[in-house]
Design a protein. Structure first.
Length: 483
């Protein structure tokens, strides 16, 4: 049994802004099921939801601040969650990274440096918790200072740093160095300095024993200029320490046989009952009830990364076809306005829901026939895996985790019964439109379509697969000599 400290800025179901929270809520549970002693540490935000008793475990003094570490538990498990209670930093209204107006917190460097400092104290058994980590598993830029600070410790734990999205790097002006009180030897071009700025993510990339990212294809892509965001040279230099492990999904939460949000449960042997969810979705969104017309779904942040502009370019032509289109998401206000304008022009063919609604997300995955995910880049992606589990055929661009989890429907894969979706290459509207037309042709080929649905539903996207790979990785680094 290994003692693993899992350091994160968010975890579902406590607080969630994106896929990092899903990973932080699921991977520790899968590792615990494999017999590991894992603890999660994260900030105690004002917006956090707790599901069991919360109590004070210890108090620390860091940089003249009195900090409490609270303990609660992950719902449905015995995993302890340690919450860093610092009201000055974490008790304001807003989400973990931005205020109520959507602006980044002005003291984000100080806030997440504190998370990192306390994680190091806990990992080194200096926090009165009587627990010392064998492995510290850090996630994204908010935790990047942990490997850097641990590098200065004797007899330190082994350290993993996972990149969930390299586009977000935690870059701050060098002037914050004074308030962060970081050891001077870390401030160098081979350390935390990046073009005269402080880079939190470089702390993870330079100092961790192993770097992982959330799909094998993304691990390759970030070593190139298009996806490397200026760090491709560093990642290429350290590529012997870089590994891609595909994220899993919560197969209990996303299960069409038991999903409480569905109108009718179904599996690959009762696919006809999927239609009841399509009818329920059409009814809920005031679309004409029609089982024969293909219903295309999309759940996404409305930002360029997700290819929303490509979809907007395709929609005028797509909506002349016998299809329905439903979208759930929020983001760029210009995209939101364009979508609403198109909905006004095509009543009865299109439904737009701005915001996020968990119940509607599940019903879209079950009720749609086709799911669109034309991301320009996608480190892993989850919705393409949810869709396959629900027998909803994904259309994806060949990038990152989308390329690793969807098998394109070409003559060979249709013939050998492995096709699970439709994949296209170029990040432009004509390539996406061609993929949509190809999918609509397959939709009319009932036997082939049903085979694709069954192939997709039989894929194993469970966290157990990913957790075993992480555990194997932990085993490779534990024998390394710690200085």
């Amino acid at each position: 049994m290994k003692k693993i400290l899992f350091v994160t800025s968010e975890a579902h179901p406590f607080i969630k802004t994106g896929g990092l929270a899903d990973v932080s809520g699921s991977l520790p549970k899968a590792l615990a099921e494999l017999g590991q002693d894992i603890k999660i540490i994260m900030p105690y935000y004002q917006a956090i939801k707790t599901f069991s008793k919360v109590y004070v475990r210890c108090s620390l003094r860091i940089d003249n601040r009195d900090i409490k570490i609270l303990e609660t538990h992950m719902p449905g498990s015995l995993i302890a969650v340690w919450l860093i209670d610092c009201p000055e930093f974490f008790q304001q209204a807003g989400n973990p990274y931005v205020d109520e107006l959507g602006n980044p917190w002005s003291n984000n460097a100080e806030r997440f440096a504190l998370l990192c400092q306390i994680a190091v104290e806990v990992a080194m058994n200096r926090a009165q918790l009587d627990w010392q980590a064998d492995i510290v598993h850090c996630n994204d830029w908010q935790t990047g200072l942990v490997p850097a600070l641990l590098s200065l410790e004797d007899n330190r734990p082994a350290c993993i740093f996972t990149i969930h999205n390299l586009a977000y790097q935690g870059l701050f002006p060098s002037s914050v160095l004074t308030s962060l009180n970081l050891p001077g030897q870390l401030w160098q071009p081979e350390g935390l300095e990046f073009h005269s700025m402080l880079s939190f993510i470089k702390g993870g990339l330079v100092y961790a024993d192993r770097i992982t990212t959330v799909s094998p294809s993304y691990a390759q892509e970030i070593q190139n200029a298009e996806f490397g965001y200026g760090l491709e040279g560093l990642l290429s230099h350290h590529n012997e320490r870089l590994l891609g492990i595909i994220n899993g999904i919560d197969v209990n939460e996303w299960n069409p046989e038991t999903d409480s949000y569905l109108h009718k449960h179904y599996n690959s042997d009762t696919l006809n009952q999927k239609q009841d969810n399509k009818t329920a979705l059409q009814n809920q969104l005031s679309l004409p009830i029609n089982n024969n017309i293909p219903l295309i779904g999309l759940i996404s942040r409305l930002v360029e990364q997700k290819g929303i502009d490509l979809i907007l370019d395709c929609l005028p032509e797509l909506l002349t076809m016998p299809v329905q289109f439903v979208l759930l998401g929020s983001g760029d206000k210009v995209y939101e306005q364009q979508l609403h304008h198109l909905m006004d022009l095509h009543p009865g063919k299109m439904s737009i829901t701005i915001g996020y609604n968990e119940a509607l997300a599940h019903l879209i995955e079950a009720g749609a026939d086709i799911f669109l995910m034309p991301s320009r880049f996608e480190p892993c992606g989850l919705n393409q895996m949810y869709s396959q589990r629900y027998g909803t055929i994904p259309i994806v661009r060949k990038t990152g985790g989308l390329a690793d989890t969807v098998i394109d429907s070409i003559p060979e894969t249709i013939a050998n019964n492995t096709a699970t979706g439709v994949v296209f290459n170029a990040a432009n509207a004509s390539a996406l439109m061609e993929a949509i037309k190809r999918t609509l042709i397959l939709y009319d080929m009932c036997d082939i379509w049903e085979d694709m649905q069954k192939n997709a539903m039989s894929a194993d996207f469970s966290w157990q697969q990913s957790a075993k790979q992480y555990l194997a990785l932990y085993n490779t680094i534990l024998p390394l000599k710690r200085h």
